[in-house]
Design a protein around this ligand. Sequence first.
Ligand SMILES: [Ca+2]
Ligand SMILES: [Ca+2]
Ligand SMILES: [Ca+2]
Ligand SMILES: [Ca+2]
Length: 466
Amino acid sequence: MEGDGGETHTNTVTVSGVDDDGQSVGATASEDVAIENVDNPILASVTAEPTSIFEPSGLVTFTVVITNPSDADTVTIDTLKDNLAGDLNGRGSCMIPQTIDEMEQYECVYTAIITGDAGDPPIPNIVIASGKDSDNQLVNDTGVAYVSIIDVDSSIEVTTTADQTSLPEPGGTVAFTVKVKNTSLADSVIINSLIDSVYGNLAGKGNCVTGANLSPNTTYQCTFSGNFTGQPGASQTNSVRADVTDSDNKSFFQESNDVTVSIIDVPSAIEVTTTATPSSLPEPGGLVNFTVQVKNKSTADTITLLSLYNDVYGNLDGKGTCSGGGNIAPSSQYQCNFTSDVSGVQGQSKTSTVTANVQDDDGQSLNDSDSTTITIGARFIQKINLPILMKPGSVLLSIQNDNTGGNVVFTVIGIGISCTVPNNKTQFCGSFPPGTYNVKAQSPCGAATVQKVYGSGPQTTRIFCQ
Ligand SMILES: [Ca+2]
Ligand SMILES: [Ca+2]
Ligand SMILES: [Ca+2]
Ligand SMILES: [Ca+2]
């Protein structure tokens, strides 16, 4: 500071910082420095070490030197202060009052934490020393040291995770979580965009948005859903890119880790069912209708019916409505039927087994079988019940062959009633109106013709040898 007596210089500086007691200081400070007519000035200076710090803050050591250039007077310093922390008495090694002999110096050292942002102008530390010389004349001087702020690059860390990385076929929905951590030491960052390599711009997807403002060491997190389907072995890899602008107006981006989602096989299954209608037949047998069903029990795989084989009736391809080579969709079934002649004798069981060979859409071969049995029952005997229609009061004549030694042939002459009765049997011979008839009996004993009167109702005529 130079000047003529009576002039006043105003230093205006903008500062911010933290003193070494941890007190924040920051202001636009104006120091009016009066230039007085002093016979015995002092010289004050301050130096900073280091002269630059990395944002946002750093510890700086200030060395204050006050020189008494006089070879005649001592000076006594009773005020020592700076614009950052104020009174320096008791700070570091600085103590006042201090008396400085002729041509001597007083030196003290203190520290302060300086805070600033990249791009700020250098921060001044103005030290003012004042006192009186041995002639009681006022002495003072001012020193200034500047500390500049060095930019520290900001950084972010982007991570992506999936709630499941293995999806059973045919796949489905995956929930992806994106985290953007501000790993900067000094700078806040604003998220400008979140772009997924597969699902595109994430703004508005799930709860993901842009515009989040992250102070250092804070994390933004959002989740969105993505669909992925495919056959076993298929996989998809995605990552998320975050574009940000930091508080020093620098823009940059970071890619997340890759997340890979794979489709895993779900084994398919089939069920074969065969039925026969009818399931039992009288001998000698007959036509039976066989139904074959192949059910695709898989919910994911389409299956192809390669063959339908019956161990009795052979390859069913082309038999009835049955064919091979068709596709059966998941959870649906194929059905066909054919007719065949089944023959046998009473008591036999006729079992046939159908086997379906299939291949699913993952190339897996599988098969299933089912059997059906037809039983052969007794030959069907047709019974014809002929009601005997007669007028009330008819003769119901049975003939008893009482040990004649052979057949008896009995005839009611004139009305067409005749029967042959084996030896020692009694059997019905016929019905006719009551009345008087000539009847003839022939037996091994001989023949006889007599007149007989028959009343109504059941009755038996006994033939025997005399
Ligand atoms: Ca900054
Ligand atoms: Ca920075
Ligand atoms: Ca499968
Ligand atoms: Ca499949």
